[in-house]
Design a protein around this ligand. Structure first.
Ligand SMILES: C[S@@+](CC[C@H](N)C(=O)[O-])C[C@H]1O[C@@H](n2cnc3c(N)ncnc32)[C@H](O)[C@@H]1O
Length: 200
């Protein structure tokens, strides 16, 4: 084992501890959390695979929570220095700073993306990966989030969102937007699907 991989192994989140943290937050703020446990590794890997590791821009994660998708992004080959983690919950922010010291952790509201990110992003993002419980928000709020996300992304770069719902979290047919979806990921509790939106 190299120094690098042993350091990474030590920092691997403890799944059971994270489930307890998650459950506690869900009991306090169920709509804000939108899930009773962190994403499973199949879902997290599927989210990460849409990120181009060869491009060099920042990779923004919305609602990283305890870091299930963050770890998958790093395992996929994203340099942690490229990560910008935008999380509302200050407790999760502290945990993320400890776990991913090279990433930029921003405490703030993803639904105010433009205000939150303009000072933080040095250049257009390569991808925005969202674990937000988007379907708990009205459609207008979701559409505004995606519009603001497209303004922060390189042209054609992906906005990646998972959902437990059968329906897509953002309509499939938007003018000027290409949409794709993963297979349903049954190895997740609850089963989920990943949706990817790219502005032409
Ligand atoms: C469904 S959990 C997903 C956590 C993690 N990405 C995962 O997949 O395990 C939703 C996360 O979004 C965060 N969140 C909810 N609303 C937010 C907001 N307006 N801005 C930033 N983060 C938010 C919650 O605190 C929580 O960490």
């Amino acid at each position: 084992m190299t120094m690098h991989s042993s350091a990474r192994a030590l920092k691997k989140p403890a799944r059971l501890d994270d489930e307890v943290r998650f459950l506690r937050s869900w009991i306090e703020k169920p709509l804000h959390m939108g899930a009773v446990m962190p994403s499973g590794k199949f879902l997290a890997r599927t989210m990460a695979q849409y990120v181009d590791v060869d491009s060099t821009g920042p990779v923004v994660e919305l609602g990283p929570g305890t870091g299930a998708i963050t770890s998958a992004l790093i395992d996929h080959g994203v340099d942690p220095k490229r990560l910008v983690l935008l999380e509302f919950d200050p407790g999760f922010c502290a945990l993320l700073r400890e776990r991913y010291p090279q990433a930029k952790v921003v405490q703030g509201d993803a639904y105010r993306l433009r205000d939150t990110m303009w000072k933080v992003l040095p250049e257009p993002a390569t991808a925005i990966v969202s674990g937000l419980p988007l379907v708990t928000k009205p459609m207008l709020t979701r559409m505004k989030l995606v519009r603001d996300a497209f303004n922060l992304l390189e042209p054609g770069a992906p906005f990646v969102q998972f959902t437990y719902s059968v329906a897509p979290p953002i309509p499939k047919s938007l003018p000027g937007v290409d949409t794709e979806a993963s297979e349903r990921i049954w190895m997740n509790i609850p089963p989920a699907r990943v949706w990817v939106y790219r502005k032409r």
